[in-house]
Unconditional design. Structure first.
Length: 697
C-alpha cells in the first residue's frame, strides 16, 4: 500500500501494531544470531487495578527500545509482561462495587468475596495491558502473567514455606504502619506524608513527690546559674491522645535544664501511671520543651527509644483506632486514674483527643496550645491518618539476607546504572529492618500456616501436608495474606516457571536488565535480589538501569489536585504514540526529576511527520531495498557522504546504548534524520534522481 499524503498516527499505529502481532515478531525463541545469548527483561508488573500513567509510559518506552534493539541484532528476546494482583487496591475497588449493590464483604464471606474479585478481574483487569499495547510495547503478549495465576501462587507459597523452615520467616509483635480504615498493616510506600496545620499542646506531668531545680540561666560552661523549683515537667505534643500509652519522659544528656530531674518519677496525667525520667539523646533540647513523652507502642522513634531503655509497650488502640482500655491487661497494670478515664473507652481517636484535652484543662495538667504546621502520615488509598500500631505480624528476617545482596553489587555481579544509585541501595541494606509481609486482607496469597487449638504452627504448601504434620488435631488457617511486594519479589523466577525446572527458566534466567524508577530501589529491587539469592542462589538480573521520575514542566509532582497531570492516552490520541515515546526517550537523562511539557511532545510530533514525509519521498521515487547493495562500490559523492554519516551515527548509537544514554541516542538520531538526511541528503538526491546517469549509485 502507498503512504498517505498526511500522517495519521491513530490509523497507522493500529494497523502496524496488528501486523506486528499477527506476524509473531514479539514472541520469544526467535533469535537468528546463534552466537548471541538470550536477552530477557521483566516488566515491573503494573497493578491490575491501574491505568497507564506517564511513569508507566516512560518506563515501558525504555524497555521497548532495549527489546527492539536486541531483536534487530538477532537476539532471542523475551520481554515478559504481566500484572500485579495489587492486594489492597483491588480489594478496595471490589468493595466499592459491592457497596453500590448495598453489600459488604463480611456479609458475603471470604470465598464468595474472592469469586467477586475474580469476576471483576476478568471483566476489567486487562485495561492497562491494552493501554500498553496502544503505547506500542513489544512484549511477548502470549506469555502474559498475573501474580495470582495458579502456577505463580505455587511459586509464592513454596518460597514462604522454604523461608519459614530455614528460619528466615517468623511471627512476632512489632510496630507497623496501620491503616484504621482498611484495618491492615501497610508498607511505607503506601504512606503519604501530608503537611497539616495543627496544634502543639504543652502539658504538665507532675512529680510523684517533691520538686526539682529547673535551669533558667547558664554560664559560659553551661552550668546553671539561675533556676526555679518546679513540681512538674512540661512536655509538648501534637498527639495528646497517645499519652494514655506513655511509659517514660526523656531529656537529652547535655540539657542542663533537666539535670536535677533525671532519675525522678512523674505521674502520668489522667492515667496515674508512675513513669521515669531518663536520659536519651533522641530528645532535642532545641525542639519543643526539650522533654519528650515516650509512647513506644504508638510512635516509631519512641519504639526505638523504648527498645534502648527497656520500656513497657502499651497499646491503647483497637484495629479501628478507637481507644481500648477495658480488658487491656498491659494498660490496666499499676494505674491510679481519675474517673473520667473510663469514659474514653471506645471513642474514636480524634474524639478522644478532644475529651482528653478537656480533662487535662480541668485538672491543671494543661499549660498552653499554639499553632503548629507538621507532617502527618496518611494512607495513600484510604486518605485517613495512619497509626503506628503494635501488632502481631509475619516478618522476613532480612538481616540474614543482607550480606550476599550487598556482595553481588559490590563485585559488579549486578551492575547498577547510574553508579550513584548504589549508595541508595547500600544505605537501605545497611539500615535494614525486619520486613512485615502479612496483610489483614482477603485478596492475595493466603499465608500457608495452620494452627491447632493450642496455637502451634504448621507451615506447609497444602492443607493436606499441614494435617499430616499435625496428626489428629483440628486446624484452622492463618487468615492473613502476603504483602504484594513479597510475591512480586520472586517475579523473575515465578514467571519462568520455578519451582519446576523449565526450559524458559534455564534459558532466560538470570535476566539481562531491570529497568525501574529510583523510588522502588529498596521496596522491590533489593528485595528481588535478596529473595532470588535465597531461593535459587543466583542473581535475578545482570544489570539494573535506574531512571528518574517524570514531573510537570515546572518540576512538580503530577497530581489530580494540582491539575497538572499529563495523561499518556490523551497525549497519544493528540500527538501519536511515536511522538510521546520519542519525547520520553529524549528526556531520559540521569537524575531524579524529569520535566515534561506538552509543547515538547508537539515538537517531536513534527519530527515524526518529517520521517513520514521522507518515507513518502523514497516511495514516490521508487527507491527500494537492494539486498545485494555493496556500499564499497558507491561512486556518487553524496551517497558516499551519507553512508559515512550513517556509519558514524550507528557507532555513536551503539556506544551510547552500552551506557544506557537514551537521551543522547534520541538526540543523535534526531540530528542525523532531520539535519543530515532530510535537510541535506534528500536535497542532494533530487538532482541525482532526475539525472540520466545510469551509474547513479
Amino acid at each position: 500500500m502507498s503512504l498517505d499524503s498526511k500522517f495519521n498516527a491513530k490509523e497507522a499505529e493500529k494497523r502496524i501494531f496488528s501486523l506486528w502481532q499477527e506476524s509473531g515478531v514479539f514472541r520469544s525463541g526467535q533469535g537468528k544470531n546463534t552466537k548471541a545469548p538470550p536477552y530477557s527483561i521483566m516488566i515491573p508488573p503494573p497493578n491490575v487495578t491501574g491505568s497507564l500513567h506517564i511513569g508507566h509510559a516512560f518506563n515501558n518506552t525504555l524497555q521497548d527500545i532495549l527489546a527492539r534493539l536486541h531483536r534487530m541484532k538477532g537476539y532471542d528476546v523475551l520481554w515478559q509482561p504481566g500484572q500485579d494482583h495489587a492486594g489492597i487496591a483491588t480489594q478496595m475497588v471490589v468493595e466499592r462495587e459491592l457497596e453500590k449493590e448495598g453489600k459488604k464483604r463480611e456479609s458475603l464471606g471470604r470465598e464468595k468475596f474472592l469469586e467477586k474479585v475474580w469476576e471483576w478481574k476478568e471483566k476489567s483487569g486487562d485495561t492497562i495491558i491494552n493501554q500498553l499495547k496502544r503505547l506500542g510495547a513489544s512484549c511477548d503478549w502470549d506469555r502474559n502473567r498475573f501474580t495470582m495465576d495458579p502456577d505463580f501462587q505455587k511459586s509464592v507459597i513454596k518460597v514462604f514455606v522454604d523461608f519459614y523452615h530455614k528460619g528466615l520467616i517468623y511471627k512476632g509483635t512489632k510496630l507497623v504502619n496501620w491503616d484504621p480504615k482498611f484495618q491492615t498493616a501497610i508498607s511505607d510506600l503506601e504512606v503519604e506524608q501530608i503537611e497539616v496545620n495543627g496544634y502543639l499542646w504543652e502539658l504538665k506531668y507532675f512529680l510523684e513527690e517533691g520538686s526539682f531545680k529547673f535551669g533558667l540561666e547558664f554560664d559560659e560552661d553551661g552550668n546553671v546559674t539561675k533556676y526555679e523549683d518546679r513540681n512538674y515537667c512540661i512536655i509538648a505534643t501534637t498527639r495528646p491522645e497517645t499519652l494514655l500509652g506513655d511509659t517514660a519522659v526523656i531529656v537529652n544528656s547535655k540539657d542542663q535544664r533537666y539535670k536535677d530531674l533525671v532519675g525522678r518519677k512523674l505521674v502520668l496525667p489522667i492515667v496515674g501511671r508512675i513513669i521515669p525520667v531518663i536520659q536519651d539523646d533522641y530528645a532535642d533540647p532545641n525542639k519543643g520543651t526539650g522533654a519528650v513523652k515516650i509512647t513506644p507502642a504508638h510512635d516509631f522513634n519512641d519504639w526505638e527509644v523504648g527498645k534502648r531503655n527497656n520500656l513497657r509497650e502499651i497499646n491503647i488502640f483497637d484495629e479501628k483506632a478507637h481507644i481500648k482500655i477495658e480488658e487491656n491487661e498491659e494498660f490496666l497494670r499499676d494505674i491510679n486514674p481519675v474517673e473520667e478515664l473510663w469514659g474514653l473507652h471506645g471513642l474514636e481517636r480524634f474524639e478522644a483527643r478532644e475529651k482528653i484535652l478537656e480533662v487535662l484543662k480541668k485538672y491543671d495538667w494543661f499549660e498552653q496550645e499554639s499553632s503548629d504546621t507538621h507532617y502527618v502520615p496518611h494512607g495513600d488509598r484510604s486518605k485517613v491518618v495512619v497509626e503506628p500500631f503494635l501488632t502481631s505480624q509475619w516478618f522476613v528476617d532480612t538481616k540474614k539476607l543482607v550480606d550476599r545482596a550487598m556482595q553481588v553489587v559490590k563485585s559488579n555481579e549486578i551492575e547498577i546504572i547510574p553508579e550513584r544509585d548504589k549508595k541508595v541501595y547500600f544505605n537501605w541494606l545497611e539500615n535494614i529492618e525486619p520486613w512485615c509481609i502479612s496483610r489483614q486482607l482477603w485478596w492475595g496469597h493466603q499465608i500457608p500456616v495452620w494452627y491447632d487449638e493450642n496455637g502451634t504452627e504448621y507451615c506447609a504448601e497444602t492443607e493436606e501436608e499441614a494435617k499430616t504434620l499435625a496428626g489428629e488435631k483440628v486446624l484452622f488457617r492463618d487468615p492473613d495474606v502476603l504483602d504484594t511486594w513479597f510475591s512480586s519479589g520472586i517475579w523473575p523466577i515465578g514467571t519462568l516457571g520455578w519451582p519446576e525446572k523449565t526450559k524458559e527458566l534455564e534459558k532466560y534466567y538470570p535476566t539481562s536488565v531491570l529497568v525501574t524508577g529510583f523510588d522502588i530501589i529498596f521496596f522491590w529491587v533489593a528485595r528481588m535480589i535478596m529473595m532470588q539469592l535465597a531461593t535459587v542462589g543466583k542473581v535475578p538480573f545482570k544489570k539494573v538501569y535506574v531512571h528518574a521520575l517524570v514531573r510537570d514542566e515546572k518540576g512538580k509532582k503530577m497530581s489530580k489536585s494540582l491539575g497538572n497531570v499529563l495523561d499518556p492516552l490523551i497525549l497519544i490520541d493528540k500527538y501519536g504514540a511515536d511522538a510521546l515515546r520519542f519525547t520520553l526517550a529524549a528526556m531520559a537523562v540521569t537524575g531524579r526529576d524529569l520535566k515534561l511539557s506538552e509543547s515538547r511532545i508537539e515538537g517531536y510530533r513534527n519530527f515524526v511527520t518529517k520521517i513520514w514525509n521522507a518515507a513518502r519521498f523514497i516511495e514516490l521515487n521508487n527507491c527500494t531495498l537492494n539486498e545485494d547493495f555493496d556500499p564499497m562500490l558507491t561512486k556518487q559523492p553524496a551517497n558516499i557522504w551519507i553512508i559515512s554519516e550513517t556509519k558514524r551515527t550507528l557507532e555513536l548509537v551503539e556506544e551510547n546504548f552500552e551506557k544506557f544514554r537514551f537521551n543522547d541516542i534520541a538526540n543523535i538520531l534526531y540530528n542525523h534524520t532531520w539535519k543530515v538526511f532530510c535537510d541535506w541528503y534528500v536535497e542532494f538526491s533530487k538532482a541525482l534522481l532526475n539525472s540520466s546517469d545510469s551509474k547513479i549509485v
